[in-house]
Design a protein around this ligand. Structure first.
Ligand SMILES: [Cu+2]
Length: 127
């Protein structure tokens, strides 16, 4: 609505069309009940990466890293995969997302009730 001041949802930044995603680093993360494997991701700053998320459990989980996704430049066609700073995956599902990470240390967790306390939390270190 015009003139309506509201809290804006975190919207992904879209990578420039010229970004070369053909020679990417690749990192895989599996989600299970109740863990991320690996819990700590290391990525090279400024280098395009394909992040491959697989939910190997039968229940829903997510990979919530609002600050990481907000800082990154996400490939245009993948931007819809990130909603409110997280990637939600039903049991048995997987997705790939291409982005250019920005240097920093970011928290990750699963926002489903109680899951982070049970072990679904970690970090992404980009340097
Ligand atoms: Cu979970």
């Amino acid at each position: 609505m015009a003139g309506c001041v509201s809290t804006r949802p975190i919207e992904p930044q879209i990578a420039a069309v010229s970004t070369d995603f053909s020679a990417v680093q690749r990192a895989e993360v599996s989600l299970s009940s109740f863990d991320f494997e690996p819990r700590n991701l290391q990525l090279a700053a400024g280098v395009p990466v394909e992040l491959v998320f697989t939910n190997v459990s039968d229940s829903g989980h997510n990979f919530a890293a609002a600050e990481f996704f907000a800082a990154a430049q996400i490939r245009a066609e993948d931007a819809d995969l990130v909603r409110n700073g997280l990637i939600e995956l039903r049991g048995g599902r997987g997705v790939s997302i291409f982005l250019v990470p920005v240097a920093g240390t970011y928290d990750v967790d699963c926002t489903h009730l109680g899951h982070s306390a049970l072990g679904m939390k970690g970090t992404i270190v980009v340097n």
